[in-house]
Ligand binder design. Structure first.
Ligand code: 5GP
Length: 315
């Protein structure tokens, strides 16, 4: 399928790149790197994201060139949608009439585009962008390596999540050889939190519950407001719940402006949380997934915890 993607890139000149709303490190890093690879290939390319670039990723190379919009208006012939399983999740209008190319590593990835390169064996979408760049023979700058290394580092939970293997480290090595600085990348992400985020962590931990091997916590809009926190400050809080010994699976609930609840699910490997998220209309990976549910909070928590208790084991 990589060949089909390269064929489409060869046949078109103007590309728009995007990913899912509320983009994470793999979404941002892969989109920035892929855009630059296309430019190195002599193409015109722009990244458009519904939510723009979250604060912690703003120091990445080319991040300042990202266009934040809810509509794609340029004369782009093709759209490359990375790390995302539908047009809907991009929350962008104006993609429908373009040639759509999907590059995704999610096991729940759906073939919604004209060309779908979905590889659940890739540890991150960044790995697929790396392969694309290599096959295309594009010049590989330290800036591109930095974007891909950051994507790889964040999507593997700093090389700790299930699925991290010798290929992951081989790729990390390639990226470091190409100019990515691991300490610099880590500093930009893990040592750059806002005070509001750390205060929000305190609020979340006040709402911590552990039932058997399931841990969960939540934050309400009121708590977020009290801390001066914004949506992106919730990213990663679920990992503190998972860090508890004996907890096999963690859920983090946050109240959305419309009163629904956004749920982040994480597993240490014994339970497949992708299938649990899918049962609520979401998706993701065996060890990291997400979904949204209607309130009230107690109902949402009960429904998810029940599913986690019954969660099917990873095969
Ligand atoms: P997070 O908890 O960080 O929002 O999401 C964890 C993982 O699950 C990410 O890889 C993300 O792309 C995926 N994910 C989260 N929410 C959804 C969703 O609603 N649908 C799908 N298909 N994947 C999701």
């Amino acid at each position: 399928m990589l060949e089909a993607v390269l064929r489409q890139i060869g046949q078109h000149e103007r590309f728009v790149l995007t990913s899912h709303a509320r983009p994470d490190g793999d979404a941002i890093g892969s989109a920035l790197a892929c855009c630059q690879v296309l430019r190195e290939m002599g193409k015109q390319a722009d990244v458009v994201l519904h939510d723009g670039v979250p604060r912690i990723y703003r120091s990445l190379p080319f991040a300042d060139q990202v266009l934040q919009s809810s509509r794609v208006t340029g004369s782009y012939e093709a759209a490359i949608i990375l790390e995302c399983d539908s047009i809907h999740r991009t929350r962008l209008e104006g993609l429908e009439d373009r040639v759509l190319i999907s590059i995704d590593h999610h096991i729940s990835g759906r073939p919604f585009a004209h060309v779908n390169w979905i590889d659940p064996h890739a540890v991150a979408t960044a790995e697929m962008v790396f392969r694309l760049a290599r096959h295309a023979g594009a010049k590989f700058s330290p800036e591109i390596a930095t974007c891909l290394y950051t994507a790889l580092m964040t999507d593997t939970g700093s090389f700790m999540f299930q699925g991290t293997n010798d290929n992951t480290f081989a790729l990390a090595r390639e990226l470091v050889l190409a100019g990515a600085d691991p300490a610099h990348c880590a500093r930009g992400i893990y040592f750059a939190h806002s005070v509001a985020k750390i205060r929000l962590l305190g609020e979340a931990l006040r709402n911590l519950n552990v039932e058997g091997n399931v841990g969960y916590a939540w934050v309400t809009r009121k708590q977020m407001e009290r801390c001066g926190a914004i949506e992106e400050d919730c990213e990663g809080l679920v990992n503190y719940v998972l860090s508890i010994g004996g907890v096999e699976v963690a859920a983090f609930f946050r109240e959305l402006p419309d009163g629904r609840y956004r749920v982040s699910l994480r597993s240490k490997g014994k339970l497949d949380v992708a299938r649990v998220a899918e049962s609520f209309g979401g998706g993701g990976h065996e060890c990291a997934s997400g979904c949204s549910l209607d309130g009230p909070l107690a109902e949402a928590v009960r429904a998810v915890i029940l599913q986690l208790g019954r969660g099917p084991s990873v095969q």
